[in-house]
Design a protein around this ligand. Structure first.
Ligand code: NAP
Length: 286
């Protein structure tokens, strides 16, 4: 029996079959879970159709375990509320919620952080950080509350788990990641405060900090350039895979991680713990 047997939840942020959200969703569905998905909403009907089609191609592989696919614009409270209403109608309560959403305009990513435009900063923060708070608030009535004994000593039934995706550029300076690094710092803080707010009901909120992976958002943020450095600097001397991130994401959304909340878990081959460039220095010693 899979660890997600009988569990149901929401996956926000699949763009295509390279998306991190898709790898986490696949792990969940392979373990018996049922998911509701979103695709990016767009005022232009043709563009929205295209966005939907890309996600449809993924979820079609799991017809039994896909409950719905609806549009979401993370900048719109109404759109978020509509997604939650669909989830309530289809699922009642949910056991897991994945937030795997980020966006910044290329014009803002390509300039020095200090040259970020005011509008671009607001846009990137709105989609990439604030949306986690908005989603948690809109979902709070459908996120399953834990059942505990009177003394809060024993968990009789586990509460829901929420997970967001972050990157090391939110903790340390990663040149090139720029405004998105600032957004990730804010996102990680949002995650902790949301964990506090929802913790009273036994609902957990965590972040997974993934090493650089080639995806649409990843390529826009220049992660391709970081990969060779990770390969030489990380203790594991390699780049992590989509599958590895998918598995840890699944673990954090499952009851297997039931004592973990307000935490950022790194899946980066150990890169973020290095205090010097490590074996990368060998290149300069020769
Ligand atoms: P991705 O496949 O491009 O996923 C990003 C998702 O955010 C897409 O589904 C995108 O929709 C969605 N999105 C953007 N604006 C939105 C909006 N206004 N409303 C709703 N959805 C919106 O790239 P990914 O790499 O898997 O990114 C997922 C998360 O992982 C992001 O938070 C990213 O920062 C984080 N992360 C990525 C890496 C990496 O190396 N790739 C490393 C660490 C963390 P459309 O694409 O359809 O526009």
């Amino acid at each position: 029996m899979g660890i997600f047997e009988g569990k149901k939840g929401l996956i926000l942020g699949v763009a295509n079959d390279r998306s991190i959200a898709w790898y986490i969703a696949k792990f969940i569905m392979d373990q018996g879970g049922v998911c509701g998905f979103t695709h990016l909403a767009d005022a232009d009907e043709a563009k929205q159709k295209k966005n939907r089609h890309r996600v449809e191609k993924c979820v079609e592989q799991y017809p039994e375990q896909t409950k719905f696919l609806v549009p979401l614009d993370a900048q719109s409270d109404q759109s978020i509320a509509e997604v939650m209403a669909t989830a309530k109608k289809e699922f009642g309560e949910i056991d897991f919620l994945l937030h795997s959403i980020a966006f910044a305009k290329l014009d803002d990513l390509k300039v020095d952080s200090i040259a970020t435009s005011r509008d671009g900063f607001k846009l990137a923060m709105d989609i990439s950080a604030y949306s986690l708070l908005a989603v948690c608030n809109a979902a709070k009535d459908i996120l399953k509350k834990a059942k505990v004994d009177d003394k809060r000593e024993e968990v009789l039934e586990a509460g829901a788990s929420v997970l967001t995706l972050t990157y090391y550029g939110g903790e340390r300076i990663v040149p090139g990641y720029n405004v998105m690094g600032i957004c990730k710092a804010a996102l990680e803080s949002c995650m902790k405060y949301a964990a506090y707010d929802l913790g009273i009901d036994g609902i957990r909120v965590n972040a997974l900090s993934a090493g650089p992976l080639k995806t649409l958002a990843g390529s826009a943020a220049g992660v391709g350039e970081f990969q060779p450095v990770y390969k030489q600097m990380a203790p594991l001397q390699r780049i992590v895979t989509h599958e590895e991130v998918g598995r840890t994401g699944g673990f954090l959304l499952s009851t297997m991680s039931d004592g973990i909340t307000a935490e950022t878990v790194h899946v980066d081959g150990g890169y973020s713990e290095m205090g010097t460039p490590g074996r990368l220095l060998d290149k300069y010693r020769a």
